[in-house]
Structure formats: C-alpha cells, structure tokens
Ligand binder design. Sequence first.
Ligand SMILES: Nc1ncnc2c1ncn2[C@@H]1O[C@H](COP(=O)(O)OP(=O)(O)OP(=O)(O)O)[C@@H](O)[C@H]1O
Ligand SMILES: [Mg+2]
Length: 197
Amino acid sequence: MDDKIANIICKSIRLKIFEKNKVEDVSEGENMRVVIYPGTFDPVTNGHIHIAERAGSLFDRVIIAVAADNYKKNLFSLAERIDLMKKSTKHIENIEVESFTGLLAEYAKGKDAQASIRGLRAVTDFEYEMQIAAMNKHLNKDMETIFLMTEGKYSFLSSTMIKQVAMVGGSVKGLVPLIVEDSLKTKYKLSLEKDKS
Ligand SMILES: Nc1ncnc2c1ncn2[C@@H]1O[C@H](COP(=O)(O)OP(=O)(O)OP(=O)(O)O)[C@@H](O)[C@H]1O
Ligand SMILES: [Mg+2]
C-alpha cells in the first residue's frame, strides 16, 4: 500500500476513535472539561456575561464561583450576587453558579476542575492576574489558568465602575443585565432613604 494512503487511513481511524471517546466520555462524565470562573461579581456586568458565554462554548461545564469571603466591602450580599448571576446566565446551558469560601485552588480540586478562567481587560489587569495564577499553580499544580481577552466594548467595564455611576444616578443601561440595573436602582434608592431618615 502506498505510504500516503496508509497515512490517510490511519489518520481517519484515529479521528474516529477520538470522536467516539469524546462523545462517550462526555456523556459518562469522564474527561469532561470542567472550568471554574471565579469572582466577586458585585454585581455581575455584561463583561462577565460575555466571558461566561465564551467559556461555555469552549468547555463542557463551567462553574461560576461567587466568592463568599473577600477583602472588599460588597454592595450585594452573597445570596443576592448568586441570584443575580443565576438569572443573568440562565441562557447558558452548561453553566452552574455556586459560592465558594477559602482557597480557589482547593475548591477547584474538589470540583475536578482543570482550570480557572479569568478575564483580561487591560494591561492593568495583567500583573495582578499573573500573581494569582502563579499562586494558584503553587497551591495546586494541576490547576491551569486560562485568560480570555475582553471585547473592546467591555474593556472599561468593572463592577466598581458600575456602582460608582449608579450611585450618583447615572445610566448603566447596556452595561449590565436588566435585572442588575433594576437591583442597583433599588439598592441606591433604599440607601438614600436610609440616609435621609
Ligand atoms: N469587562 C470585563 N471583561 C472581561 N473580564 C472581566 C470584565 N470585568 C471583570 N472581568 C473579569 O472577571 C473576573 C471576576 O472579576 P471581579 O468579580 O473582580 O469583577 P470586576 O468587574 O473586576 O469587579 P471589581 O471592580 O469589584 O474588581 C476577573 O477575572 C476579571 O478580570
Ligand atoms: Mg476585579
């Protein structure tokens, strides 16, 4: 048999085996590509959603892990952040939303996750994210960090920025899901009323 033809046949057999395994493994839950997308999400923005959608199309299962403890003073409680995230991502089939406490590296081990997903906006994110990635690798050598670059229109978007604008009555339309927009209005109205009384 001609070498070239033999090569083509081998290649097609390998492809078939790969495809067969892939389908079987995924349905049986083995070799599933599970990733974690961690963050504070106080509150979730359209920048976060865009990263989540892309992660959902790249991996079999995406766990959005909402940080329970962090050093920031949050506007939304953990339950509220989870609820807003769940409602904002219900269109993404393979996404689950959970909370996590303690070390992400440990949490990832418990979930059999191969990697964590992080979004990169500008160079300013890079140094901080690199430090986190290196620390996570140190704590859990099997854990990779995958960075997804933001789309230009979301590059200026952060939860902090959203809160700063919403707090003084500015419009955040188109930058956050509708439900978040409404929740922000309610939150700041309530705190305004509290300040007055
Ligand atoms: N607009 C965005 N585009 C892409 N990734 C983003 C965007 N905003 C946040 N991320 C990423 O989402 C993850 C979770 O971020 P986090 O919860 O800190 O949100 P944040 O918007 O940065 O909020 P904060 O202003 O409180 O830091 C991080 O990896 C962060 O880089
Ligand atoms: Mg941040």
